[in-house]
Every structure is written in structure tokens, then in C-alpha cells.
Design a protein around this ligand. Structure first.
Ligand code: SF4
Ligand code: SF4
Length: 251
């Protein structure tokens, strides 16, 4: 049987999601043996320009060249999966989108020299069709393995549709929101086993935002009623999901 052809690519980001795939340790050799890996930016300089059954793409798009490369990958891939928050939402580098212009940031960092053309950081979905999103900063190894197994059989995995709070309660944690810290668990997709609240730390929303306009609006009201300043709530929400429409519109 022909092995599925896979490409793993990286754009603007820290490469942490590709590292999580390399960190699979116990499963990595089986995975590599079962796949025909044509490109894996972080693992090998060998790139076979081919068609892909599945392309896993990390990082946000910030330059015209990246946009062009992403479009080429999309045209050659049956399924395209965004891995990690940068690819899914634009990442932390998008948190000032619409607040500080890219040209101003370039001048701040590089002076008046016109260094190169750069875009506001955008998720892959701003430019191409994305078939599935694996959230996280970085992604969860087990979640990647489960999703990869489905995708390589041609099935789209089920996305997590419950918030971090559910996993937090299953772990019988006390609620850090009720202790007076702004926890984004109510609007962040689960899947991390409520890692941060389980350590007594508030969730900063690294898995992006769970779909549902009313859920986001209600959570924002709850945060405000709990006494958190509007600007603080807005900044916290923008950190990992600045490109999410309802977050952009928080008044
Ligand atoms: S600590 Fe955070 S994640 Fe846990 S129940 Fe409270 S709000 Fe939800
Ligand atoms: S608890 Fe929140 S910030 Fe922590 S890993 Fe999970 S989604 Fe990310």
C-alpha cells in the first residue's frame, strides 16, 4: 500500500509545534515509518516538491513571499491543517494588529530604512482554505497523533467543542477566576487537560477561542462584572486571538 504523502511546513512563529512533533519520542519512529514525509522544515533540509495528501502548516503569514508559498502548498495538498496558534489565529505577533501599523513597527525596530515588505500577522485562513485546525501554543502531542491518524485515513477529526473549564472541573480544581484572577478558561477550547489552572495559574487562552459569538459576549460580560478593567480584558483576549472577529470588536 502506498504511504500517505505528508508535508510539514513552517512560517512566522517559534517552530514550537514542529518541535512537539519531533518530541513524540515513543511514537516518532512508527510515525515516520508509516508516512512518506516529503518535507519537514525543522527536521531535514531535503525538500521534495511534490503533491501532499496532508500538509501540516505552522506559523502566521507576514510577507508576500510566505503568502505565495502557502498558496503553492494549498494547490498541492488534498488536506491542509493549521497547527498551532500562529497558523490558526495569527499568534502573539498579531496582538497589535489594528493598533500599531506594520510600517510604524518596522521604523521602531529598523529605523527609517525600508527593510522589506511585511504584512500584519494573519492566520492561514486569511489566504487559503484550511481543512482543520489543531490549536495550542504549542500543540498537544497526543492531539496531533489522534488528528494525524484520522487525517491520514482521509477523515476530518472532530474539533474540541467544550471549554477548558470542563477539563478543569473534571480535575476537581478550585476556580482561579473565583479567586480574583482573569482566567480565559470559559472561552478557550479544551484539550490541554486544563494544564494552567491545574497548577493554580490562570488560563491565558493559548488554544485560541472556542466558536460561538454569544459565549464570547457572555464571558466578556462576566469578566467585566467580576471587576476586571475593560482594557485589561481586551489586551488579554488579543494576546492569542487578535484576529478573531468578536475579539476585534470588544468595546
Ligand atoms: S479556573 Fe479557569 S478554567 Fe478552571 S473553572 Fe475557573 S475559569 Fe474555568
Ligand atoms: S490552560 Fe489555557 S493557557 Fe494553559 S495550556 Fe490550556 S489553553 Fe493554554
Amino acid at each position: 500500500m502506498k504511504k500517505p504523502r505528508v508535508g510539514i511546513f513552517g512560517f512566522t512563529g517559534c517552530a514550537g509545534d514542529q518541535l512537539m512533533i519531533l518530541n513524540l519520542e515513543d511514537e516518532l519512529l512508527d510515525l515516520v515509518g508509516a508516512l512518506d514525509i516529503k518535507s519537514f522544515t525543522m527536521a531535514s533540509s531535503l525538500v521534495e516538491d511534490d503533491e501532499y495528501d496532508v500538509a501540516f502548516v505552522e506559523g502566521s503569514i507576514t510577507t508576500p513571499k510566505q503568502k505565495e508559498k502557502l498558496e503553492q502548498i494549498r494547490n498541492k495538498s488534498k488536506l491542509l491543517v493549521a497547527i498551532g496558534d500562529c497558523a490558526a489565529w495569527g499568534g502573539v505577533q498579531a496582538s497589535c494588529n489594528g493598533i500599531v501599523s506594520v510600517s510604524k513597527k518596522m521604523v521602531e525596530v529598523y529605523g527609517s530604512r525600508n527593510v522589506w515588505e511585511i504584512y500584519e500577522s494573519k492566520p492561514l485562513s486569511a489566504y487559503v482554505k484550511v481543512d482543520f485546525v489543531l490549536p495550542g501554543c504549542p500543540i498537544e502531542k497526543e492531539e496531533f497523533l489522534r488528528a494525524a491518524t484520522s487525517l491520514l485515513h482521509g477523515d476530518i477529526p472532530e474539533a474540541v467543542d467544550y471549554p477548558v473549564c470542563v477539563e478543569c472541573k473534571l480535575r476537581e480544581n478550585g476556580c482561579v477566576l473565583l479567586e480574583g484572577r482573569l482566567c480565559l478558561g470559559p472561552i478557550t477550547p479544551g484539550g490541554c487537560k486544563a494544564r494552567c489552572p491545574s497548577l493554580g495559574v490562570d488560563c491565558i487562552g493559548c488554544r485560541g477561542v472556542i466558536d460561538g459569538e454569544s459565549r464570547i459576549k457572555s464571558a466578556i460580560e462576566v469578566f467585566k462584572e467580576a471587576g476586571f478593567e475593560k482594557d485589561y480584558v481586551k489586551k488579554r483576549l488579543r494576546m492569542f486571538a487578535a484576529n478573531y472577529p468578536e475579539i476585534l470588536e470588544v468595546k
